[in-house]
Design a protein around this ligand. Structure first.
Ligand SMILES: *Cc1c(COP(=O)(O)O)cnc(C)c1O
Length: 499
């Protein structure tokens, strides 16, 4: 113990330097000063940002971190923040910068940042009522609200917040597996999951974690716009049955990570139902359409899912982490329920009324109150305002595609359904293999220059640059400048290639 228990005034320890960093009413002033310092520091840093990245290399980033002596504390927040500039902030990635067009990162909403202050200061844990009180009910209200947006019956639906789409997908497939295994004559090694070739890799990883066989996930072909082909799903389902295997789940993606493509949900739902298979809709990316005033119809059919993944930290502009898995039928969540005497005993601990404990529905125990971010965002600005931001990024992608649809320097992949653009440079004299070699070099050159950040992927064996647009404040000219940067870099690299 640091101090003997105070018998005199509770303020007797207020000057103990070892305690003054603990949040406590006696240290409220210190808390306010230090927190304001951080906020002021970030605000002034933001005003100095001149591009999405500085092009720092892994070696440089590692060296500045390594230079810190963790056994020599600085003793003061101001100095620690100054040091932090060198080891992180000076060279970090800024997702609000219009030149950032790489992964599924979004600029974040300020009401959610206000929530972060409260969440970290109060520090509740959402596993049990007696660690969160109203927090438990805020999360439950939001789950019901999202369920209604999906089109589920709020009486029967349920769900829980998770750390991200990867975990939401794992939990959904966990439920699907245990439901499948309830049936007589079904064996874990014979369970099959059908997903498109473009489904998120976490589907494969979940299958492995759930102890399914190596070949449990079958890849269903996609059309030219990368949407799962219903007739190919139908054929695959028949093959599973005729092989004597069992369909555990069909995983449809509403917004694929690489293309933003939305699988044809109504057709896939019909096929899943005909085979009595669990339908999981991974709307980690496309989930923002739930609140769009003009594009909600793109998710038609999602209400037929058994489970849905929504990442609020993507198209709902929430800070990481903020995601949920929502199920159509509450009873399926019992498959993840576990009971511990010290937490949520099966008999309610002898209480007259057993407390509602969210841990009964979660794979996590101690769990952040991430739901508060969405709550404050809805209370401050409302769902339609979020939906308008989603529309802005989808409109942006469409406008950029229209501008570059015919351009002899750039080949664009299919028109975007959401906010992703894939492109390859066209370089006179270079064949497809040459361009494949050029793609990672373009990406690296852009990173080093710092003005534009793009991602890359492989489609049908060919390398493509990928622009994921998640910034509602970016304009067509901003993204055009990214593409001009790509075209110029490609031309310059192609010249050296030819030389
Ligand atoms: C991002 C993404 C995921 C994974 O979500 P995380 O929050 O990164 O764990 C799952 N599925 C799709 C389609 C995604 O785009």
């Amino acid at each position: 113990m640091l101090v003997s228990h105070p018998t005199a005034s509770p303020r007797a320890h207020a000057d103990d330097p070892r305690l003054r960093h603990l949040l406590h009413p006696d240290h409220a002033g210190e808390y306010e000063t230090a927190t304001r310092l951080a906020v002021t520091h970030l605000a002034s840093t933001l005003s100095r940002v001149r591009g999405p990245v500085t092009g720092s290399s892994p070696a440089r980033a590692a060296a500045s971190v390594d230079a810190v002596d963790l056994d020599l504390p600085l003793g003061c927040t101001t100095q620690a923040l100054a040091e932090l500039d060198r080891v992180w902030l000076d060279d970090t990635v800024w997702f609000h910068e219009p030149g950032y067009a790489a992964h599924l990162n979004c600029p974040v909403l300020i009401p959610a940042l206000v929530a972060e202050v409260l969440v970290s200061g109060v520090n509740p844990s959402l596993d049990t009522f007696d660690q969160s009180v109203g927090g438990t009910f805020i999360e439950r209200r939001l789950v019901q609200w999202v369920a209604e947006r999906i089109g589920f019956s709020s009486e029967r639906a349920d769900g829980v917040f998770t750390s991200g789409g990867t975990q939401s997908n794992l939990q959904a497939l966990h439920l699907a597996r245990d439901r499948a295994l309830e049936r007589p004559g079904v064996w874990p090694a014979r369970l099959r999951i059908l997903a498109s070739a473009d489904a998120h890799y976490s589907v494969q990883r979940s299958a492995r974690l759930l102890g399914l066989s190596e070949d449990a996930v079958l890849s269903v072909p996609v059309d030219e716009r990368r949407r799962m082909l219903p007739d190919r799903l139908s054929a695959a389902l028949s093959e599973v049955v005729s092989a004597g295997d069992s369909v555990m789940a069909v995983v449809a993606t509403a917004g694929t990570t690489d293309h933003g493509s939305i699988d044809p949900l109504p057709a896939l739902a019909g096929l899943a139902r005909a085979h009595d298979a669990w339908l999981h809709v991974d709307a980690a990316y496309g989930g923002g359409l739930l609140v769009s005033r003009t594009r909600r119809h793109l998710l038609a059919g999602i209400e037929q899912a058994d489970s849905v993944t929504v990442d609020f930290h993507k198209t709902w502009f929430q800070p990481v982490s903020c995601s949920a898995v929502i199920v159509r039928e509450r009873r399926h969540l019992r498959h993840v329920a576990a009971h511990a005497d010290y937490l949520n005993p099966r008999d309610g601990g002898g209480a007259a009324v057993s407390a509602p404990n969210q841990v009964d529905k979660s794979l996590q125990t101690t769990r952040r109150f991430d739901a508060l971010k969405l709550w404050l965002t809805l209370r401050v600005m409302g769902a339609e305002a979020i939906g308008d931001l989603v529309d802005a990024i989808v409109d942006l992608a469409a406008a950029v595609h229209a501008r570059y649809a015919v351009d002899d320097r750039i080949e664009l992949h299919a028109a975007p359904e959401l906010s992703t653009l894939l492109l390859r440079p066209r370089c006179p004299g270079l064949d497809a293999d040459d361009v494949d070699r050029l793609v990672p070099r373009i990406r690296a050159a852009l990173w080093s220059a710092g003005a534009h950040v793009v991602a890359a992927t492989v489609v049908d064996g060919r390398r493509w640059l990928k622009l994921t647009l998640l910034n509602p404040m970016a304009e067509v000219d901003d993204i055009a400048s990214v593409i001009e940067g790509i075209a110029e870099t490609a031309a310059a690299l192609a010249r050296t290639e030819a030389a």
